[in-house]
Design a protein around this ligand. Structure first.
Ligand code: ADP
Ligand code: MG
Length: 247
């Protein structure tokens, strides 16, 4: 496989904050339809890596290619349009709007025949809302005010809002934090479904959850990659046990 076949190719990526290298010459490749999980101790640079990929933080050096296009000089909103979706740890849904409205407003404006301002609910948008609502398990809650959803349902709604844009790379930072056991199970199923049509990167601490969803695991430590491979491989790696799993 050549480098051009990857959905995401991060090479020698570095970012310094006042001389401190939060990401240090990091190289990482993610395949099409791959579900990659990133683990590692607090402060390892996991969130910063996602910030660099989505454009919230600008790299000090190195390269980030998405479908073989260099991203490092592109603004965050351009990267969204190119197909990169990022879910932050705290959900940013519109609490006083219905689930339906939350999904509807997330439909990419440029793609709607009505444009961003004169927003009308075309059949096309309605159909897409229905598909996404079923995907995230909220088809029966479309009329509900989003603020009344459970914590887990709010997280799924935010994932749904990202799916409205049909991203080819979806990144999720600790998506199951605060969820019930049942919600965790449903989230694992959801992530396994959505990576069939896109690449997904998940940062997660819960090793049972990681085991359920990961195609491959990347272990980060001090801004670098400590280990990478199957769950079994990284779990048995003495360096990984030493800096992370042993604690
Ligand atoms: P993780 O998500 O793995 O816990 P982070 O990516 O949040 O780690 O942080 C990695 C390191 O970079 C930490 O030491 C953190 O304090 C530092 N850091 C992250 N963002 C900034 C920033 N904007 N300015 C300065 N330091 C930062
Ligand atoms: Mg983090």
């Amino acid at each position: 496989m050549s480098n051009t076949d990857f959905t995401l190719a991060v090479e020698d990526l570095t970012v310094s904050f006042d001389g401190f290298k939060a990401i240090d010459q990091l190289t990482l490749y993610v395949d099409k339809n791959e579900l990659r999980v990133i683990i590692g101790p607090n402060g390892a640079g996991k969130t910063t890596l996602l910030d660099l990929i989505c454009g919230k933080t600008k790299a000090s050096g190195g390269s980030i290619k998405f479908k073989n296009e260099e991203l490092t000089q592109l603004d965050e909103h351009i990267r969204v349009r190119r197909g990169i979706g990022r879910k932050f740890q705290t959900p940013s849904i519109y609490e006083n709007l219905s689930v339906f409205k939350n999904l509807e407003v997330s439909y990419p404006a440029g793609r709607s025949v009505f444009g961003a301002l004169a927003f009308k609910c075309s059949d096309e948008v309605k159909a897409r809302v229905q598909v996404v609502a079923e995907e995230i398990g909220l088809a029966d809650a479309l009329d509900m005010e989003a603020g009344l959803l459970s914590h887990g349902q709010k997280q799924w709604l935010e994932i749904g809002m990202l799916l409205m844009q049909e991203p080819e790379l979806l990144m999720l930072d600790e998506p199951i934090a605060g969820m019930s056991a049942r919600e965790r199970e449903l989230t694992a199923d959801l992530l396994k479904r959505i990576c069939k049509n896109r690449s997904v990167i998940v940062i997660e601490h819960d090793m049972e959850f990681v085991k359920q969803i990961a195609h491959k695991v990347t272990v980060m430590h001090q801004g670098k990659i400590l280990a990478e491979g199957s769950m079994e491989t990284v779990q048995a790696d003495p360096r990984v046990i030493d800096v992370y799993l042993g604690h």
